[in-house]
Design a protein around this ligand. Sequence first.
Ligand code: KG4
Ligand code: ZN
Length: 339
Amino acid sequence: MSQPIYILGIESSCDDTSAAIIRDREILSNITANQQVHQVYGGVVPELASRAHQQNILPVIDAALKSAKIERRDLSAIAYTKGPGLLGSLMVGGAFARSMAQALEIPLYGVHHMEAHILAHCIQEDGVQNPDFPFLCLTVSGGHTQIVRVDSPRSFQLLGETIDDAAGEAFDKAAKIMGLPYPGGPEIDKLAQEGDPKSFSFGKPRIEGLDFSFSGLKTSFLYTIQKGQKEQADFVQKNQADLAASLQKSIIDILIEKLNKASVQTGIKEIAIAGGVSANSGLRDALLNNGRKKGWNCYIPPMRYCTDNGAMIAITGYFMHQNGELDKGEELSKARWGI
Ligand code: KG4
Ligand code: ZN
């Protein structure tokens, strides 16, 4: 039997500093430090994020090694998020990863953050089923909304993406309009569970093909609130749950409609969701209900792999290691990077 491969995965693309250790395709540890510092600003402040990564990165990596019960010298390779994301945040993780790999004289892999969200589905874990290739993945996060065809762990084809706001952004912006704390997605999710999704209706985008648009929905949501507040000063407070439920349903309807279209176009019925918004309880239910009707095999990531995490970087590093996709020491980080 061949020796197991141990990879350290480091994620620092936005406001979470996370490190994980993988042994082949099995996660041994996955430790994340969240940054509370942004909450009072109602969004991520890039400068503060970079500083917090610098403070968190060493303790997070140490904790990941300790929890996996391995030493630095046991590592076969290091994988880090090369992009896309906030440049300052990416560079903290990248510089640390590159120095550590050089000191340990082991290979380094620069991982694409959105590929990593998708490949979290390939982590081997008891009770978790991995999708067969080819599969379709709807990746929905704070910065991206994409439908990707995945033919192998190293072959991705972008079928459609948002032309303006991302789905997570739509949640966060609507939450901000309602005066809810950042990030707004989980807040809307919670409120929506008590509300009636048919209470309000918002304008639907008319976008060709498999692309998405959410900016019209945000405007329609804002107008509904402004109109309501003219008649009733405490309109938002009185209708919080119904507004959240109706908004959430509108976002989910847009996502599911395009997934249906992509499945028909490609003939693929292995369907996965990934990224921060895949934590949304309404989206998870809607995918399963719709999938049952369409005869899909649906794959929903465990909650710990929905939002940003080191485990997804480690599993992607594992496949890049198998494929010999070594970092060539060029660009350390890429703020913008297509899949
Ligand atoms: O993937 P992620 O952690 O970071 C990015 O790469 O952007 O995604 C963060 C996004 C935020 O917009 C957040 O509001 C959203 O995911 N999110 C949710 C939920 N949990 C996180 N949106 C809706 N419902 C949730 N339960
Ligand atoms: Zn992400």
